[in-house]
Each structure stands twice: as structure tokens, then as C-alpha cells.
Design a protein around this ligand. Structure first.
Ligand SMILES: [Mg+2]
Length: 236
């Protein structure tokens, strides 16, 4: 019986990609308004997220250091004339980007309504982002009153999705066995197959219409979750 539902945050409840794309494009254009590769900045920034966040998840660098690495790599690739000698200068550069990113924080249009319709479940977040920024984000996008705990790999002993200990830790934080917790998210490895491997049910939120992994429930908006739950014989 499912008694709690955990949602991924970025790409599931919150449109991280749109906010990040707009912010980094604005940031680059501030430094180089007519940069010939301005149109590539968003994709380049996205490509830098994966390896540098992975290094942080692996404990190879701090949260702040992975930010610096991304800024330095982007500026090197685009040959931007940004002062990057000292870490403090890079932190200032990232803070300017972060301010633009924050201006784009908005929940997906289906998030609030879908969460409000699931009031009989305990609801929360399980995200690979850092604890404080993700908590701020949940509040800023207006979902704080609809969600319970914001669980992060950072708060779960450094175990990030798709590490099995992340899911078992999240269930334990709720005081429930994994079988009673449903994870909903947009990332197949981190939100769908990862939790299933330890017995936590999962639903794939496919906002982009990509080929589904076989054998898992798939929804294209959060409103589809009710139908999945209704079709589950384990659900009361
Ligand atoms: Mg996600």
C-alpha cells in the first residue's frame, strides 16, 4: 500500500532547465553581448552540469567548487573575458548567474494542482541538489505548503540517487518501508529504475515524450498520477 509519495524536484516539480537556460544566456550576454556562440551557451552549461555535479556527489569536491569548475569551464570554452583568477572572483561570477537563475524559479503549471489532489498521501521531495537551495526553491515556487520534507542526498549521508542507500534512507526518514513509498521523477535512472531496484515503486514523468523504459508506469503530466495510483491494486 502506497502511503507516501516523493517527488524529484528539478525537471519534475520545478522547470530547472528553462530557468537555467535563460539565466546562463543572460549571463553570457552581459559579458559578451554579441558573442557569436551565445545560442550555444545554454546547451554548453547543461553539458557541464552532469560531470561537475557528479564530482560533488562522489565527494570529490565541495558544492561551491563544482560551481567554480562549471564557470571556469564555460568561460574557457567561450573565451569570455571574465576575471577568474581567485576563487572569490569566480564565486562572484557564479552569484551573478545565480541571481538570474532565481528570477526564473517557477513551478510547472501542473505541480500545485496535482499535489493538492493527493492530500491523502504524505508528500515530500527527494532531490540530488543541495539541501538549503532546494528548500529555498520549494518555498519560492509556492509548493512549500503542499509538501512535507525536502530530502536530499546531502541530508541522507551523502548518498545521492541512484545509490540504493539514497532510497532506503529516504524511506527510513519517513519511517516507512520502501514498498510504501512511491517515487515520481523525470530521470529514468535516478527516479525510475534506481528506486525499483530496492523495491521502491516508481513512476516516470515523461515531460519530453521520449521512448519509455519498459515495465514502468509513465505519465506525461503530474495530473496523470491519480490514474496510475487508481490502477495499482496495492493502492487502497
Ligand atoms: Mg529531475
Amino acid at each position: 500500500m502506497i502511503t507516501a509519495i516523493l517527488f524529484d524536484l528539478d525537471g519534475t516539480l520545478f522547470d530547472h532547465r528553462a530557468a537555467a537556460d535563460t539565466a546562463i544566456t543572460g549571463w553570457v550576454s552581459r559579458h559578451a553581448p554579441a558573442h557569436p556562440r551565445l545560442g550555444e551557451a545554454a546547451a554548453l552549461w547543461e553539458s557541464l552540469e552532469i560531470p561537475h555535479l557528479a564530482a560533488w556527489h562522489a565527494g570529490e569536491c565541495s558544492w561551491q567548487e563544482q560551481r567554480r569548475r562549471r564557470v571556469r569551464a564555460l568561460c574557457a570554452e567561450l573565451e569570455l573575458d571574465v576575471p577568474l583568477g581567485a576563487d572569490a572572483a569566480v564565486d562572484t561570477a557564479f552569484a551573478d548567474y545565480a541571481e538570474l537563475y532565481r528570477q526564473g524559479w517557477v513551478a510547472y503549471p501542473d505541480a500545485a494542482g496535482a499535489l493538492a489532489g493527493l492530500a491523502e498521501f504524505r508528500l515530500g521531495v527527494l532531490t540530488n541538489g543541495a539541501q538549503r537551495p532546494q528548500e529555498e526553491k520549494v518555498r519560492a515556487i509556492g509548493l512549500g505548503g503542499l509538501l512535507g520534507p525536502v530530502l536530499t542526498g546531502e541530508s541522507l549521508g551523502g548518498h545521492f540517487k541512484p545509490a540504493p542507500a539514497c532510497y532506503t534512507g529516504a524511506a527510513a526518514a519517513l519511517g516507512l518501508p520502501p514498498e510504501q513509498v512511491l517515487l515520481v521523477g523525470d530521470d529514468v535512472d535516478k527516479d525510475v529504475t534506481g528506486p525499483a531496484a530496492i523495491g521502491m515503486p516508481s513512476v516516470w514523468l515523461d515531460r519530453l515524450g521520449t521512448p519509455p523504459p519498459p515495465g514502468f508506469p509513465r505519465i506525461t503530466t503530474l495530473h496523470g498520477l491519480r490514474d496510475v495510483l487508481a490502477a495499482d491494486p496495492a493502492h487502497p
